[in-house]
Write a protein that binds this ligand. Structure first.
Ligand code: BJW
Length: 232
């Protein structure tokens, strides 16, 4: 366990690497999602406007895939850390799977949305959703048909919960970056924000992401090994 008395307030950022051992692909590793599909076609509002069926298929597949896998030792370690942490705790995930909550994490924000949620383009309501979205899907609030999109933050859209995240980063004593390449903003800027606010910053990743100057410490290896060792 890290020195708790030195770290009353903690912010943790996770990315696709933490879910890799559960069987979900990362984006930018060799053979990752963006090597198989063009992000402009499936992860931008413009791509959705051009070909909604292609985008729905992409997320329907990923929703089914995420529902079929289980949280791993790294997700469970973070749930234990939340229970043990004596001060403010915030887990921010860029991931759209629900493996953190299934492992027991509660103080959790999904900044890039969730696979198990839909957003209605007509009435702007959001709803829990675990089925495929097809052209006949109906909005539970307004009854609109064909108005639902995945509740995912695409490139060019504004990530969720930014005010709460920035407030927490401002007073963090410890910032952990876990399983993320740190290439996508604004999340890529969180380590610098926390460090400027006086936090100790630690990267936990399969290999150093090459952003060493942002971190006081880099711990390398699979998160399923390194994170339980760090937490317990
Ligand atoms: C392991 C491991 C193991 C593997 N153990 N580790 C030009 C055009 C358009 C936009 C922009 C532009 N220039 C800049 C932008 C902004 C853009 C951006 O940053 N683009 C960059 C790529 C240049 N950002 C945005 O558009 C964002 N919005 C925005 O900026 O709004 C403006 C605004 C912000 C704030 C306030 C006000 C206004 C939105 C970004 C949305 C990102 N969306 C995606 C897809 C949707 C979600 C989904 O479908 O799942 O989110 S992109 C994709 O990347 C996904 C991820 O959440 C995100 C981050 O990826 P992540 O998690 O880091 O994965 P990888 O694969 O990159 O890294 C995995 C890491 O794990 C690696 O390092 C491995 O080593 C490691 N690893 N196995 C430990 N076992």
């Amino acid at each position: 366990m890290p020195q708790l008395s030195d770290a009353p307030s903690i912010v943790i950022l996770t990315g696709a690497g933490i879910s890799a051992a559960s069987g979900l692909a990362t984006f930018r590793d060799r053979g990752g999602i963006w090597a198989q599909v063009d992000y402009r076609e499936v992860a931008t509002p413009e791509g959705f406007a051009r070909n909604p069926a292609k985008v729905q298929d992409f997320y329907n597949f990923r929703r089914r895939e995420a529902l079929a896998v289980e949280p791993n030792d790294a997700h469970h370690a973070l749930a234990r850390l939340e229970l043990a942490w004596p001060g403010d705790f915030l887990l921010v995930t860029q991931n759209v799977d629900d493996l953190h909550e299934r492992a027991g994490s509660k103080k959790l924000l999904h900044m890039h949305g969730e696979l198990n949620s839909v957003l209605c383009l007509k009435c702007e309501s959001r709803h829990g959703w675990r089925e495929d979205i097809d052209a006949a899907a109906t909005c539970p609030a307004c009854g609109g048909t064909g108005t639902l999109r995945p509740d995912i933050v695409w490139f060019g859209e504004i990530p969720y919960h930014m005010d709460r995240i920035e407030t927490a980063l401002d007073k963090a004593a410890l910032f952990l970056s876990i399983g993320t390449s740190g290439t996508v903003y604004p999340a890529a800027g969180f380590a610098e924000m926390a460090r400027r606010a006086g936090a100790r910053t630690i990267e936990i990743n399969l290999e150093a992401s090459g952003r060493g100057s942002l971190f006081h410490e880099c711990i390398t290896g699979p998160a399923t090994d390194t994170l339980p060792a760090f937490v317990d």
